[in-house]
Design a binder for this molecule. Structure first.
Ligand code: DC
Length: 223
């Protein structure tokens, strides 16, 4: 059994907010693995690698070993992602990275590189880890597994209210279309596609508020 509370689910399902709050409630560290895929995407863009070009995989594989990614503890004891020694800025949540992250995360060498790092974290004690494949691939023996989802419309409205990842002039329809396209790529990719682990607890948050979702998750952990 691995010392992990795994929270998986599609884009904008509320995973990050919920995972952060569950970690706070149980006084354990929290890792957002989407940020790691986003950091690699930013790195690729900085190195002028076009994610759509046929050579992207080869080019990125060559420079990936030079990328240093670490989660370091800040003054409040929270883990923050550092890329080559500097804290990653909000740029990893911008529309340019969001647009390319699914392509970059379908590259096998990128997944191997990041999964190995993610597994290192679980050796330190109980941890909340959030992503797409935590309960299925990274920690199939996780102590607790949750799969969070919500209807496409609810997810688009939440993302729109949140801002950040969306382009200027976005509407509920355009955000819903962007989310649907990313879900499709994440679900259809050959390795580690987004899917619910058979033994994960499904939570549809379309009609639940944050407190109710936390309550549900906590009731399983406290059992
Ligand atoms: O959670 P997020 O939207 O920030 O994740 C960004 C992308 O990273 C997502 O579209 C797919 C990828 N990802 C992944 O492939 N595996 C994970 N464990 C986490 C994220």
């Amino acid at each position: 059994m691995q010392n992990v509370i795994a929270i998986d689910g599609p884009a904008a399902s509320g995973k990050s907010t919920i995972a952060r709050m569950v970690a706070e409630k149980f006084h354990v560290p929290y890792i957002n693995t989407g940020n790691m895929y986003r950091a690699v995407t930013l790195y690729a863009l900085q190195k002028h690698i076009d994610p759509d070009c046929g050579m992207a995989r080869e080019k990125l594989s060559v420079i990936l070993p030079q990328l240093q990614l670490d989660y370091v503890e800040n003054k409040e004891g929270k883990l923050e992602l550092e890329m080559n020694g500097a804290l990653v800025a909000d740029s990893i949540r911008g529309p340019e990275v969001t647009e390319s992250v699914s392509q970059i995360s379908s590259i096998p060498e990128v997944r191997e590189f990041l999964v190995a790092k993610q597994r290192e974290f679980a050796s330190r004690g109980l941890i909340v880890m959030e992503g797409r494949d935590i309960g299925t691939v990274v920690f199939p023996e996780a102590k607790y597994k949750f799969f969070l989802t919500a209807s496409p419309e609810v997810r688009a409205k939440r993302r729109l209210a949140q801002g950040g990842e969306i382009a200027a002039g976005s509407t509920v329809e355009s955000v819903a279309a962007e989310i649907a396209a990313r879900d499709e790529m994440d679900m259809k990719r050959k390795i580690s596609p987004l899917r619910k682990a058979e033994d994960a607890i499904l939570i549809d948050s379309s009609e639940l508020n944050i407190e109710q979702v936390i309550e549900k998750i906590s009731s399983y952990i406290n059992k």
